[in-house]
Write a protein that binds this ligand. Sequence first.
Ligand SMILES: [Zn+2]
Length: 99
Amino acid sequence: MAKRATRRASNGTMNHRHGQDRGRCLRILRKLSAYLDDELSDTICGEIRRHLGACPNCEDFVASLRQTVALCRHKPVPPLLAGDRARMREAILLAARSR
Ligand SMILES: [Zn+2]
């Protein structure tokens, strides 16, 4: 019988099986904003923490997200003036229409 070609796994980039976790990554990412606000149940928090421990990509993402959230919290957002709000809404509608 023909010998199966030996797979070279020497570069080691796939050794944490991230491919299998892709779906989980997406699911986790969707929950992350709530996680940062401490609005999730302990079970889900545990799931996220476990995933972050095993997945450098998501861990990086959370680190930068957390920084952004912290920055936002420290800077109170000035209330929008009615005129600004109307102008923004128009710009958004315009952008949406041009797609
Ligand atoms: Zn991940």
